[in-house]
Design a protein around this ligand. Structure first.
Ligand code: F6R
Length: 586
């Protein structure tokens, strides 16, 4: 998603902004731009491409001045073009803005402003903010008043930073993240602490419906009515400063490799919250669990585990579906929301709907300062550290780690969540990647991959398909083993590869039979199992572990396979095309 950044201080603004944008690259984007306030006017450069490429071509970091704003754009309104990139100047050029979010009523605002003589250059919804601010400022010549009037007209959700000709920065937050960084020699505004963590770990998290004004006198924060608001300065966790690749070629590989530690540490700092959550789950009449993408797949694993081991029924809901089926939520129930970022718009919307029905919100979230954490009665921190690769890897297994810890409590210790064994088993899969790399070479030209799993291995099949799609751009589909004969068998021929998730548990024999049926149609079989079989063209061996724990282990080789397939196809595994790390628009 778009990242916004602003700087007001003693240092040269442009290189600081470019560096901050670079650290937020993981959020996903297609174009980049910077504007600074020099002695006389606002200077601006922007273009389509990666931060480094656009900077090499245009020298964004050479823009003069000590005040500036910057942006990476993830297109929603208008094509990916230089003109549509941010910052957007107002038609007089006296104000420039960067924006993250969507302005729903931009059409009518734009028509009104055009009728009043304000010109638009881009196809974006964002440009309307620049001209609306300009219009209001032209009326009242007061920055605070022009901000209040502007926000009162905007519909949608947004965080924006505006730079005025006199050098003042003003920024507003409405259902999109915006954080103020307080440095020794300057102030920062950013979508993410990573935008300024190299310079300061003192931050103020603005609440929804607040705006901030920054100049040499300092910071003033107000609500949208203009009342002054006071905030504590928070210390940002130092772990965010570790967001470097180290010796790894990519963040994705680093994050996959961290899993022997991150799985077993998951939720360690939230022991009380896990106890409280378990208590709520035990006593609730209705339990819903929600998430998007990978986090939804983790929710599905919870359904299977809690049902099997604790005889507790939970209904998984894809977050984006709940807006269309709000009647699903019974009053006075609980909703467990799972999200790495805690900023996925669909998840936040689901929470809003559940709250309307008086549901209690429990969350499993990695970013403890996120909107989801703020909306939740009980927050379980995943504690897996920053995940920069756009594809979720260690966050998925950290979510599972917490779900397992809750399962053990729900069933009074009926499953043995043996940390050493889990960590060693994951380590074993990671220790020899030779075979996985060889298979990845073969997958390079494959068009379709199907992944089969039964019971709790079915959500792992879905997660495997998601990873393959995102990282290798190969069409992949997760199928519950028993469904094969009800349709997918028609697709099996010699051009197809099928991954069989087949640990030696109660699903083993049936899944092996499915593998034989597929093999008979000529497809190639990759078996993920602790037991060899002649049906596998490739056998990826996983260690034997307690039956209940296999899902934690079997996803690891598929994460690696997806990663190495991306390498074979020469695509960037950290930043898959068209995707964003936190999807803050609906
Ligand atoms: C998959 C992936 C996405 C996210 C989804 C939810 O690899 O990264 O599918 O899982 O966008 O994101 P969070 O968990 O941040 O709500």
């Amino acid at each position: 998603m778009c990242s916004i950044i602003g700087y007001y201080g003693d240092g040269p603004a442009a290189p600081i902004l470019v560096r901050g944008l670079k650290r937020m690259e993981y959020r996903g984007y297609d174009s980049v731009g910077v504007a600074t306030k020099s002695d006389h006017d606002i200077a601006l450069k922007k273009g389509v491409g990666k931060v480094d490429d656009v900077n090499n071509a245009l020298h964004l970091d050479n823009l003069p001045g000590h005040i500036g704003i910057g942006h990476t754009r993830w297109a929603t309104h208008g094509n990916v073009t230089d003109v549509n990139a941010h910052p957007h100047p107002s038609s007089s050029g006296k104000i420039a803005i960067v924006h993250n979010g969507i302005i729903e009523n931009y059409d009518e605002l734009k028509a009104d402003l055009q009728a009043r003589g304000y010109n638009f250059k881009s196809q974006t919804d964002s440009e309307v903010i620049a001209n609306l601010l300009q219009f209001n400022y032209d009326q009242c010549h007061d920055i605070k008043q022009s901000m209040i009037r502007t926000m009162s007209k905007l519909k949608g959700h947004y965080a924006f930073v505006a730079m005025f000709e006199n050098g003042m920065l003003a920024a507003a937050r409405y259902h999109e993240p915006l954080i103020v960084g307080i440095g020794k020699n300057g102030f920062f505004l950013s979508s993410d602490v990573l935008g300024f963590i190299e310079k300061t770990d003192d931050a103020i998290y603005l609440d929804n419906g607040e705006f901030v004004m920054l100049d040499r006198i300092g910071i003033q924060i107000y609500d949208f009515e203009g009342n002054a608001v006071k905030h504590q300065v928070t210390k940002v966790s130092k772990e965010f400063a570790d967001a470097y690749k180290g010796d790894y070629a990519h963040f994705t590989l680093k994050e996959i490799s961290e899993q022997p530690d991150t799985i077993i540490q998951a939720g360690d700092k939230s022991a009380d919250a896990i106890n409280t959550a378990t208590d709520f789950i035990k006593h609730a009449r209705n339990i819903y669990i929600t998430g998007s993408g990978t986090s939804y797949n983790a929710a599905l694993v919870a359904k299977y585990l809690w049902q099997k081991h604790a005889k507790i029924k939970v209904e998984p809901i894809i977050s984006s579906e709940l807006s269309f089926t709000p009647e699903t939520i019974d009053p006075n129930s609980i909703l467990i929301a799972i999200s790495q970022s805690g900023e996925s718009a669909d998840v936040l919307e689901a929470v809003k709907i559940a709250k309307k029905a008086n549901a209690k919100i429990l969350s499993i979230v990695n970013i403890l300062t996120s909107s989801l954490a703020q909306e939740s009665a009980v927050v379980i921190g995943m504690g897996c550290g920053p995940e920069i690769g756009v594809a979720a890897t260690k966050s998925f297994t950290a979510q599972l780690g917490i779900i397992y810890k809750i399962t053990r409590k729900l069933c009074d210790g009926c499953i043995n969540v043996d940390s050493t064994k889990i960590s060693d088993s994951v380590g074993k899969v990671l220790s020899d990647q030779t075979k996985i790399k060889e298979i990845a070479k073969e997958l390079k030209d494959v068009q379709d991959i199907y992944i089969l799993g039964r019971a709790v291995h079915y959500p792992i099949a879905l997660e495997s398909a998601l990873k393959l799609k995102e990282l290798s751009y190969i069409h992949a589909e997760g199928i519950p083993g028993g469904e094969l004969k009800h349709g997918p068998l028609a697709l099996m021929d010699s051009s197809v590869y099928v991954i069989i998730i087949n640990p030696n548990d109660f699903t083993y024999n049936d899944t092996l039979t499915s593998a034989r049926e597929i093999k008979a149609r000529g497809a190639k079989i990759i078996g993920i199992s602790d037991k060899p079989s002649d049906v596998y063209d490739h056998w990826i061996q996983i260690p034997t572990i307690d039956d209940a724990l296999y899902p934690l282990i079997e996803i690891i080789p598929i994460q690696l396979l997806s990663y190495y397939s991306a390498i074979e196809k020469d695509t960037d595994p950290d930043y898959p095309r068209n995707l964003a790390k936190s999807v803050t628009v609906k």
